[in-house]
Design a protein around this ligand. Structure first.
Ligand code: PRP
Length: 303
């Protein structure tokens, strides 16, 4: 066999990956892709296969690493802890390194995803490792699925109409941005700001920035990240109605019903949540944590 004939054997083979969203073989791969997206790392799913063994001219064995990260020039093969799989994959990876010495490839346990990303300088550490977070209550994936569901419901209920989505700054920012993109109707959007200065039954609320859009005759959907005592909502509902809206409904991602003081009617609820201090996906503690892609429970002080 000449060198010319042998050479193509030692080259990765492009897969049939297309531009369309990849069909992940395992949910953990999708989760990993989301983590990479969160950190702004470019990736390709299974772009190449590496022939490992040949039977005459045909390929008898190959490995198609799950991801290629062009920014790090790194191939990654994900694995669970199942020992039989790990042994087999380790063998294949050793073989790749022998045949393709220039290839940078790693076997990655699911539990190591976060550590690896931190090692390459992409942080903060997510979900399991955010300082101050006790546990993840709702993962990024759970939140996104729910937002999609709510988007579908609103699209069906407001068909043929052009609702105005109203947000009260600042907690709803993530929810509003994701929700509006899941609504398949033309929508309008406006924001209000309020300040709390004490007092009972919402008496202590003051509007510091009112709407710019005239609501006269419009159907309004008030988009909230969380309803807690209900006082904010109660105040806002009467304010919006007084502006001549044809209808006002509420869509909240989280409902902390256990803490309700003022009973308000909420048509669209994402999750009912326990009476714990929640942060992330727009919710803050002293203005921190708003940018976490998941909803977590804050660790008690000194915890
Ligand atoms: C949150 C949330 C609601 C309000 C609900 O805002 O966005 O507007 O609390 O609480 P309630 O039901 O007890 O009235 P927050 O005051 O924390 O401000 P933020 O949106 O800037 O985070």
């Amino acid at each position: 066999m000449t060198h010319q004939e042998a050479k193509p054997r030692f080259e990765p083979v492009p897969t049939a990956a297309s531009d369309s969203p990849p069909r992940f073989a395992h949910p953990s791969e999708k989760e990993f892709a989301q983590i990479l997206d969160f950190y702004g790392l470019r990736w390709a799913y299974e772009p190449y296969s590496f022939p490992l063994r040949w039977d005459g001219d045909s390929i008898a064995e190959m490995l198609t690493p799950d991801f290629y990260l062009p920014d790090l020039d790194l191939y990654l093969e994900l694995t669970t802890m199942k020992q039989s799989l790990v042994t087999q994959k380790n063998r294949k990876i050793r073989r790749i390194r022998e045949i393709y010495p220039d290839i940078n490839i790693r076997l990655l346990y699911r539990k190591d995803f976060h550590r690896l990303l931190a090692k390459f300088g992409f942080g903060p550490l997510i979900e399991s490792g955010v300082p101050g977070i006790n546990r993840v209550l709702l993962s990024d994936h759970q939140v996104q699925q729910k937002v999609e569901e709510l988007g579908k419901m609103l699209s069906a209920d407001y068909a043929q109409r052009q609702p105005v989505l109203v947000g009260v700054q600042r907690g709803m920012v993530c929810f509003m941005a994701d929700l509006m993109r899941k609504i398949t109707l033309p929508v309008m959007m406006d924001f209000m700001s309020i300040s709390h200065y004490g007092g009972a039954d919402g008496d202590g609320l003051r509007i510091t920035k009112d709407l710019d859009i005239e609501l006269d005759g419009h159907d309004v959907v008030l988009v909230e990240d969380i309803v807690d005592t209900g006082m904010t909502l109660n105040y806002l509902m009467s304010h919006l109605r007084s502006k001549g809206a044809a209808s006002v409904e509420v869509c909240t991602l989280l409902d902390k019903r256990a803490r309700r003081i003022v009973d308000v009617s909420i048509k669209y609820v994402g999750f009912e949540v326990p009476d714990e201090f929640l942060v992330g996906y727009g919710l803050d503690y002293l203005e921190k944590y708003r940018n976490l892609p998941f909803i977590g429970v804050l660790k008690p002080e000194g915890g």
